[in-house]
Design a protein around this ligand. Sequence first.
Ligand code: GDD
Ligand code: MN
Length: 397
Amino acid sequence: MNQSLLSTPSGTLKIPYFCTTREIACDCLPKLSLILPTYNEAGNIKDIIEILSQLLDQYIPERYEIIIVDDNSPDYTWKLALELTSNYPQLHVMRRVEEKGLSTAVIRGWQVAQGEILGVIDADLQHPPEVLEKLLEEMERGADLAVASRHVEGGGVSEWSILRRVLSRGAQILGLIILPEVISRLSDPMSGYFMVRRNAIACKTLSPVGYKILIEVAARGCISWIAEVGYVFRERQDGESKVTWKQYIEYIQHLLGLRLSISARFIKFSLVGLTGVVVDMGFLYLLSDKIGPELPLTRSKIIAAELAVINNFLWNDCWTFGDISRRQPEKRQRLKRLIKFNLICLAGLVLNVFFLNMFVRIFNYNKYIANLLAIILVTLWNFWFNLKLSWRVTEID
Ligand code: GDD
Ligand code: MN
């Protein structure tokens, strides 16, 4: 029986497409790898393992693994869990000594996991284990991310103090202000109980801060379909919560870090757009002016615009979205990205002309101010659709 501890990964927090650090226990990979991050859970660990094993033996017999990731608990949670492995062949234990923290514990567990679905649940029985069945159903239906939420039908919290409720809701509102495109997709962004498809986050460098692993997954993963399942957050039976003010500060830090890294992409995209303006203007001059072939204006503009689009594509493909396109280096995929980029920019060109005319003819704006506004609006359009279509979709190919 697996009485030995799992090796503790180190280095970047990247989940592989396939776990190669462990030999496969049976002739098929587990469907679900469920991580239990633990710190001083000696009073709960036996119960939670027993309940989880019973339920998962019903839901997905022999197709799951439970991985405890303990941060060297002073109450020897890891030791108690290791002793349990002789009764539960699906149970594995990792004891971390150097690295600490809830969210990195979850990711380290996912790094050694073998399942196509990666899950996380607290070890203190506050997350009702029976909700796993509904989360699995949602994943089977094709969700990329299935979240147990306290804020949808069937959800709630037990006797949380007013302060904790206010803090939880306040944290959510703050998230909507700083990171609307991520937090608005989740009714309970603070949830620590969810499942995610391995492919949706594989090879993404995750850099969570503190407790909130879910927003890291939702922000950095390729998450098209999010399913939510209601659950009632229970009272603790044993031990106490490790949540302190530090976790709330870390949460704000995490939101700002994600904002910066997502916006960094937009800033790079805008800078590339500026180089495109220079290329467009330059070739318009060279092609239509007397120093060159003096082509008709429209033909010069079309050639100059297309050269600017190709210039922008090359810069965006190797710099702005380089982290994504490096994983699809094939010529066929790159050509597909170029065609999509071209089509989106062409639609952007039409929009540009439309906005320019609207601001000048309807709102009587000065034509250069109108053109600048039109360019800003179309840059947002180009960025958003290229992020969602050109570079994202090729990942699914
Ligand atoms: N390995 C490890 N390292 N585990 C930890 C650490 C740590 O530093 N801190 C806490 N844990 C484990 C606990 O042992 C427990 O299993 C789980 O993470 C949750 O910790 P709690 O301290 O009980 O958190 P909570 O109950 O106040 O809040 C939980 O539920 C919320 C709602 O889902 C956390 O999961 C929050 O992230 C979550 O928002
Ligand atoms: Mn808890």
